[in-house]
Design a protein around this ligand. Sequence first.
Ligand SMILES: [Zn+2]
Ligand SMILES: [Zn+2]
Length: 175
Amino acid sequence: MRYNVAQLLKEQSGHTRQYTLHEDISHLDTDIVPLSALDGNLQLIRTADGVLVMGKLRASLELVCARCLDAFALPLQFALEEEFRPTIDITTGASLPLSDGDDAATRIDAHHELDLSEVVRQSILLAIPPSPICRTKCRGLCPHCGKNWNEGPCDCKRDEIDPRLQPLKQLLDKE
Ligand SMILES: [Zn+2]
Ligand SMILES: [Zn+2]
């Protein structure tokens, strides 16, 4: 996910470049299991201090449901907005000092290339819900026998129902 911004850095603030992004992200992070490529559009905008990267990206990821522990596909969309700053002055070739709050992930390297990998990795990890659920009505696992209730009720569940509540259960099961 590297972009050479040498030309853009020579232009005035406000100048932009558009890119279509299509990247394999299987090796980005062990916690990210992609089921598709990362796709989207990027806009690189020359600012007074560097290059602002804005993008709308999407990918399908494989996650494990926090309730039933089944793997499922989650379509993820997220926005990028990050300003990258040069390491070297494009006109003089002089090194530019790191300022406070400058992040190594958002530095434009000595070859005037910026690398989106780390920013994209962090954005994806932030966009993944902390307790992902395979469907809103996921019934989860039986705490006694471990059966996945999405596939049907288990025997121990039926045994525990108070006979007086049986009509209520039948009503709920019809839903
Ligand atoms: Zn589930
Ligand atoms: Zn059970």
